[in-house]
Design a binder for this molecule. Structure first.
Ligand code: PXP
Length: 247
């Protein structure tokens, strides 16, 4: 079976984390986006958090105006974020659960629990032809619920798999199987499947091998590698690892 390319969406939140640590104008996420494009990245992902701890509204505006790569806006299900999405019109939004006290997005969205709220939340967004992705755990119930509310994409949370893989806990194979099963199930329902969270150049190959996988969104590992090898080199290395596993 001939496999398609897996796209790499680069999450540039932590470029803004470094900038905000000193309250300067640099490093600028927009400059990072331009380098990602030159290095062969396929999209930009940015999470505008309620507390604006990294990416801020101006960054999203700049990234949208730049328009050099598709913009995937990660956001919580709040009225404020809905208004911003309707104003900016990114290529896609990815809905994530958000807690102020968390360090990063811990766990997927519980779509089953909020079907009605999500349906009405998404109606105006879908009306603007913004693609809708839901960040969920690899569970058939969550996938069914995502399909029911009309999502275009699911993004599978790879955090559990990556945690086990990093610890060399052999249960990582079971976590990988769950991702494979969920990908195949969602694909059969007509959903596009993405994945992300915690992926590194070491763990990315196993997830890249999943035949129906379309896109991986990776941030922390790429920005970390870029400290030592530059952002261009870090994006190129991640793409290389994905392609090696795939072709
Ligand atoms: N996808 C989603 C939905 C996320 O929330 C995050 C983290 O912001 C990522 C992907 C990227 O995760 P990481 O920074 O661990 O690569």
């Amino acid at each position: 079976m001939k496999l398609d390319e897996v796209r790499l969406g680069v999450n540039i939140d932590h470029v803004a984390t470094v900038r905000n640590a000193r309250g300067t104008n640099y490093p600028d996420p927009l400059e990072a986006a331009k380098i990602v494009k030159k290095a062969g990245g396929n999209g930009i992902t940015a999470h505008l958090r309620e507390d604006r701890r990294h990416i801020v509204d101006k960054d999203i505006m700049n990234l949208k105006q730049y328009n050099g790569l598709p913009l995937n806006l990660e956001m919580a299900v709040t009225d404020e974020m809905q208004n911003i999405a309707l104003d900016i019109i990114p290529n896609a939004i990815c809905l994530v659960p958000e807690k102020r006290e968390e360090r990063t997005t811990e766990g997927g969205l519980d779509v089953c629990k909020s079907i009605n709220r999500l349906r009405s939340f998404l109606e105006p967004i879908k009306g603007k032809n913004i693609r809708v992705s839901l960040f969920i755990e690899p569970s058939e119930e969550q996938i069914d619920a995502a399909k029911t509310i009309g999502a275009d994409i699911i993004e599978l949370h790879t955090g559990h798999f990556c945690e086990l893989y990093e610890k060399k806990d052999e249960n990582y194979m079971e976590a990988l199987r769950a991702l494979e099963k969920a990908t195949s199930y969602a694909h059969k329902l007509g959903l596009e499947v993405h994945a992300g969270h915690g992926l590194t150049t070491e763990s990315v190959g196993l997830v890249s091998k999943i035949p129906e996988m379309k896109e991986l969104n990776i941030g922390h590992a790429i920005i970390s590698d870029s400290i030592f090898m530059g952002l261009r080199g870090a994006v190129q290395l991640m793409k290389q690892k994905i392609n090696e596993a795939r072709f």
